[in-house]
Design a protein around this ligand. Structure first.
Ligand code: FAD
Length: 326
């Protein structure tokens, strides 16, 4: 390990990642970098590349499995890049010029003609999804309520195209600012991107920030919608346990006779299967929960057990939704 690297942001050496993921498993990495702005992230990326590393990006760790052991990796977390602001407002508590830069470069919203205010939110990659959903509700802006109860950062949400039955994040994305693997900063409009089912299709680019376009709505209705969604989610999913969300993507309905990944797993007796403290949730078969002392090895082994069982019983090969860093 090269301990003499001069990083342009806060940096931790030999940092454990388990506590930074919602599943609470996994090992440590050589360097964990904590930039506090898109600019710092860009600089950290460039130094890492010069030092011969291809950094990995960690958001809220809510859809991620980090293997056990010590990894010779540089990981950049967006944890400290959590600012959210509105075009034309909030220059930032410290008058931070960079927030303004992101804002200044934003083209004006088309004039809605009815005096409506600009209903866009600008969020840096590390802004928490639950906080953004609440912010939109407080502003009486509609468009994000379908993402209630989805943990993680907006950057991870864009990368994963987080969503479900009530809509997807990319439905409200106007543009993203990304850092390409070559270190170029680019703005991409929604129309230039082809987000798919649980993937933003960014070609390895890092999300630095995002502009969300919402619509004016009725606060009481938004609130009620969120309450209903959250109640349904809590009834169906083990939301209070340690997990990384859905393990598998839902297969093509033509191949699975319309059955979801969870239904296929349940049909082959998968609920309750375990390896150590990693258990297939009894509440929702597409979730693996950590009952305390699970290791990444247990989780990864259990994923393969389930995949094999479903393939043998139904002929469907389940693809992973949760990201596994190898
Ligand atoms: C209880 C629970 C419920 C959940 N419910 C849902 C749900 O309803 N719908 C849903 O879609 N998901 C759900 N999830 C999964 C998770 O919340 C989402 O996938 C979320 O968007 C992940 O964001 P994150 O910041 O945690 O990403 P991470 O887990 O940190 O990262 C996931 C992937 O995105 C990449 N990434 C992260 N940040 C960036 C960035 N800035 N730029 C480029 N790549 C990046 C990472 O490298 C990694 O490959 C749930 C998870 C839990 C624990």
């Amino acid at each position: 390990m090269n301990s003499s690297i001069s990083w342009p942001c806060a940096a931790l050496s030999r940092a454990s990642l388990a506590s930074r993921t919602t599943l609470k498993v996994g090992g440590s990495v050589e360097w964990l970098l904590e930039p506090a702005s898109p600019q710092e992230l860009t600089e950290a990326w460039s130094v890492a590349r010069e030092e011969g590393y291809l950094p990995r990006i960690l958001g809220g760790g809510a859809n991620l499995i980090v293997p056990d052991g010590e990894h010779p990796w540089v990981v950049i977390t967006t944890e400290r890049m959590n600012r959210v602001f509105r075009p034309g407002m909030d220059p930032g508590p410290q008058g931070d010029g960079e927030a303004e830069l992101f804002e200044r470069e934003l083209p004006p919203a088309p004039d809605p003609g009815d005096g409506a205010s600009d209903t866009r939110l600008i969020a840096w990659a590390g802004a928490g999804m639950p906080g953004l959903v609440r912010t939109a509700r407080e502003l009486s802006w509609t468009g994000l309520e379908g993402l209630v109860g989805v943990p993680g950062h907006i950057g991870g949400g864009v990368a994963m195209n987080a969503g479900g039955r009530w809509g997807e994040l990319w439905d409200v994305v106007e543009r993203v600012r990304v850092l390409t693997p070559d270190g170029e900063v680019e703005d991409r409009l929604r129309s230039q991107c082809q987000p798919g089912y649980r993937q933003g299709n960014l070609g390895g680019a890092v999300v630095l920030g995002v502009v969300l376009r919402l619509e004016r709505g009725n606060k009481a209705e938004i609130q009620e919608q969120m309450r209903q969604y959250l109640a349904e989610k809590s009834a169906a999913q083990p939301v209070t346990e340690r997990s990384c969300g859905c393990i598998f993507k839902n297969p093509d309905p033509e191949l699975s006779e319309g059955r979801s990944a969870g239904q296929l797993i349940e049909a082959c007796g998968g609920k309750g299967l375990r390896r150590g403290d990693a258990v297939v949730s009894e509440k929702h078969a597409n979730f693996i929960v950590n009952r305390g002392g699970a290791r990444a090895e247990d989780v990864l082994g259990l994923i393969e057990d389930v995949r094999r069982q479903v393939l043998e019983r139904s002929g469907v090969r389940l693809a992973s939704e949760a990201q596994v860093w190898r």
